[in-house]
Design a protein around this ligand. Sequence first.
Ligand SMILES: Cc1cc2nc3c(=O)[nH]c(=O)nc-3n(C[C@H](O)[C@H](O)[C@H](O)COP(=O)(O)OP(=O)(O)OC[C@H]3O[C@@H](n4cnc5c(N)ncnc54)[C@H](O)[C@@H]3O)c2cc1C
Length: 436
Amino acid sequence: MHAPRVAEKATPYWWEAAPLMPPPQQPIAKKLDVLIVGAGYAGLSAGLVLAREGRSVAAYDAMDPGEGASTRNGGITSGSIRPDYATLTRRFGEERALAIEAEGKAAREFLYDFIRTEGLACDFQPVGQFKGAFGYEQYEAIARTAERLAKKLGIEAYAVPYAEQRQYIGTDVYRGGTVRMDIGGLHPAKFHAELLRVALASGLTVHARTPVISIDRDGSGFRVVTAAGPVQARQVLVCTNGYTDGAVPFLRRRLVPVRSRIIATEELAPEVMARLMPKRMMITESREVGFYYRPSPDGKRILLGGRDSSRVGDPVAPKLLLRKGLVNLFPELEAVRLSHTWFGHVAMNRDMIPRIFEKEGIVYASGFCGSGVVWAPWVGMHAAHKLMGHEERARTAFDFRPPAFIPFYRGNPWFMPAFIQGYRMRDRIAMWRASR
Ligand SMILES: Cc1cc2nc3c(=O)[nH]c(=O)nc-3n(C[C@H](O)[C@H](O)[C@H](O)COP(=O)(O)OP(=O)(O)OC[C@H]3O[C@@H](n4cnc5c(N)ncnc54)[C@H](O)[C@@H]3O)c2cc1C
């Protein structure tokens, strides 16, 4: 018996306007200055910088370029860091914690400037982000964060009390929230297609559907075996994030892929969209495993995403969970039809902080923890400067040591469903306490 269809299509909504377009096949170069593994935002951004600096550089992707997370995401330019400021301060001290937060601001500005100066047609809309609070305790906590961001970093951020919430979002589920005007939305697949266009024009070669199979030291460089044959590379950069496979076992044991899923509604009436999302903002929530959602760039649909704790196949339960979440927020959408639902992999380090690091001569740029629209281009660009030995331009608060090893883990995240359920339980307890 077939499971009921929750949505019309199981492919990303984004691929309707920007289908995957693998570049024409090219002969492989036997020798390269730099070989990049992965052609998502991180790999392409690094390749663009390296090619413009005159390096012979090629990016290899096991799938079509962008088919990983970079054309599947929500397009929210959050650039957020999972651990909160108090945790960062406890771990690294106040100076470093503030430097990490300040880097978020710099990375967002870099992205917006890049889109503008390169003329990337990717529906970027600097509309701001609303974060909904579950209960007054969480409202007060996120209001304090907004105040600190405004004071310390000059970000336009402010609290929105419950009484004013409906000016921002047509739900009563939250007990107020905060707004940040430095965050906006873009069309992720158009952004990737445009990045690919300028990277190719700058001299980067991109090989689609050509996995890298192994990377071994060879004299002062590396012998990289690809599905199209061996390549001698002076340097190697790994940008495989949530799709890391056995070709890079060191990273695979340190990076956990987690499914994130999105549903897209059918087109809604303009008056419904105006009532539910009056300011067309990006939306996030204060709980640990919350939803992220937004209007489509044309303002006609709602796209809502969240964690998907399944690991194999394409089961129906996670789709229904998101649908239920959508209706809980907006009861008038009870009978709404969904046009698309799809998932992709985000990548979590043990400490939930993005990374550039070097191990045995190979440079790695990954661990974006679900916030790679801002971080992947930024970290990719810095990784390129690191490879070229540009110390000053490579410097970032993320130039860390390799992420910690995860015990009993070799690339099969068997523990993830239980982990996500644990976080959901914590959220339920917090929401129950808030409702008393
Ligand atoms: C559903 C979803 C929603 C998201 N929403 C947001 C959001 O709203 N905002 C935000 O900031 N971030 C979001 N993200 C995260 C964001 O999409 C990612 O962090 C970002 O795209 C990572 O880019 P990347 O280049 O590092 O990796 P990817 O785009 O995942 O690319 C990695 C590539 O490596 C390739 N690869 C792996 N192994 C090999 C190999 N051996 N040989 C060759 N190639 C290989 C893969 O084929 C893949 O194409 C979301 C992610 C998902 C899945």
